[in-house]
Write a protein that binds this ligand. Structure first.
Ligand SMILES: [Zn+2]
Ligand SMILES: [Zn+2]
Length: 255
């Protein structure tokens, strides 16, 4: 079996079907098949690449020293660097957010201005006593303060330093290191990355259909069979249908 994309490795085997795995454009790890687009392995990687593109773009435009933009850069950077260990646990359910807003009467706990940022007072517990409402400015100030206060004894310190070093390189290198760092071309390339991977997956499925000697059956029969065997669709949403099978079969020569 041959594959078009060098980013593709065989991961799991279902019967005679080999479920491939694609590498994250940002970190090179395998992308869980549950991800709708086979580009990034996680929201965090997507955000990290977005930050790199933003920072590169404002440097090119000569705006990175503008005080407002400098703050925006720092906030994005802090959230990406700290996100690695806290995004998931720190997510606050909407029902709790609403409660905090109501209790605080929409006022920032520090300065009294109107605010909408629900903040963890300490750690990541979503208990109502550990949450407070802050305005945007106070929230940024606190986030940055916390970031600076990371202690030498903190086990995350090494990760933070390594991540910062990597991001500095990606931001400052004249030529983008990764294709997702390219602020000019990424929008048009991201679709191509996903489409190319979809094609390579479809070829893989086509190959399977051929090996199973199914290609002379009706598209309906083939799609039922693929569903029955648990062959995942590319987006992992929904099931195979006649139309999707029709597209896949175009990759079988001489049909
Ligand atoms: Zn990743
Ligand atoms: Zn405030």
């Amino acid at each position: 079996m041959t594959f078009e994309s060098d980013n593709l490795t065989i991961k799991k085997v279902k019967g005679n079907f080999k479920v491939p795995s694609f590498k994250c454009i940002n970190c090179d790890k395998d992308i869980p098949w549950e991800r709708l687009y086979k580009i990034f392995c996680s929201e965090l990687c997507q955000e990290e690449a977005k930050y790199v593109r933003y920072h590169r773009k404002v440097i090119v435009e000569g705006k990175d020293k503008d005080p407002h933009i400098a703050v925006a850069i720092e906030v994005k950077r802090v959230s990406v660097v700290s996100g690695g260990y806290s995004t998931k646990d720190r997510k606050i359910p909407e029902s709790i957010r609403v409660k905090v807003l109501k209790l605080a009467k929409n006022r920032c706990a520090i300065c009294g201005k109107l605010g909408r940022e629900v903040d963890h007072i300490k750690g990541s517990s979503n208990d109502i006593e550990n949450l407070q409402l802050l305005c945007w400015d106070c929230h940024i100030a606190k986030t940055m303060q916390n970031h600076k206060l990371i202690k030498y004894s903190d086990p995350r310190l090494l990760d933070v330093i390594l991540k910062n070093t990597e991001l500095d390189k990606r931001v400052k290198r004249k030529k983008p290191i990764k294709i997702c760092d390219d602020s000019l071309l990424w929008d048009s390339r991201r679709k191509k990355v996903n489409d190319d991977r979809k094609v390579s997956y479809f070829k893989n499925v086509a190959d399977f259909i051929k090996k199973q000697h199914l290609y002379n059956s009706t598209n309906q029969f083939i799609s039922d069979k693929l569903n029955e065997l648990g062959i995942p669709t590319f987006s992992n949403l929904g099931a195979w249908d006649r139309k999707a099978v029709g597209i896949v079969l175009k990759f079988i020569d001489g049909r």
